[in-house]
Design a protein around this ligand. Structure first.
Ligand code: 2DT
Ligand code: MG
Length: 208
């Protein structure tokens, strides 16, 4: 019998919403429960494209808005073969940010949303997007933003507006990140458990 393919679970949301903590916790939990699970993150700063992105985010290097947008997308495309192999080999993938961040952060600068979407058309479509939100109150209780580009309150508010425009209820699940790490994890785990037991059919392409 051919092994069932793994599921693609993407986490999205603004900075400090708790994505990275929850991605790690979910991956651990899935493994403990006997599932094969791998954690990936975009941007992947370890490739040569990722290095340019890292320098841009660290304000060490400038790029035009169009160029950096295309590099973020290329950084996903360079990972598609690996992701396909892992998924078809029965591994569930937990991904910290994906094409939706690509659009939200670029469009928040004033770039055309439809232009921003095009380079990511045809990437593997997630089986579930966990979109993490955080109330103003909770956000201000969390540690301050770091030094990276985009880590500013006013900019994040624009990013959030674009995420709301991208929200597709057919496969997005909004998770409120205000609770404790364990409470939020429990909400995410129940949403993901449903996806893991569902038959999602063959891999699909995003926005085609
Ligand atoms: P982290 O803080 O998660 O490392 O992200 N970004 C991310 C984009 O502008 N476009 C993209 O395609 C992706 C994946 C979001 C670093 C920053 O990079 C932004 C925050
Ligand atoms: Mg960050």
């Amino acid at each position: 019998m051919v092994a069932r393919r793994g599921k693609l679970i993407v986490f999205e949301g603004c900075d400090r919403s708790g994505k990275s903590t929850q991605c790690a916790k979910l991956t651990d939990r899935l493994r403990k429960e006997g599932h094969k699970a791998e954690l990936l993150k975009f941007p992947d700063r370890t490739t040569s494209i990722g290095l340019i992105i890292n320098n841009y985010l660290a304000n060490k290097e400038d790029q035009s808005d169009e160029v950096i947008h295309l590099l973020f997308s290329a950084n996903r495309w360079e990972c598609m073969q690996k992701m396909t192999n892992l998924l078809l080999g029965g591994n569930n993938l937990v991904i910290d940010r994906y094409a939706y961040s690509g659009i939200a952060y670029s469009a928040a600068k004033g770039m055309d949303l439809n232009w921003c979407r095009q380079p990511d058309v045809g990437l593997i479509k997630p089986d579930k997007v966990i979109y993490m939100t955080l109330s103003e109150n909770k956000a201000s209780e969390r540690a301050d933003f770091g030094e990276e580009r985009y880590e500013k309150k006013e900019f994040q508010a624009k990013v959030e507006k674009i995420f709301e425009q991208l929200h597709d209820p057919s496969y997005w699940q909004v998770v409120n990140g205000d609770g404790s790490i364990d409470e939020v994890h429990q909400d995410i785990f129940s949403a993901v458990s449903e996806v893991l037991s569902a038959d999602c059919g063959p891999l699909q392409k995003l926005w085609t």
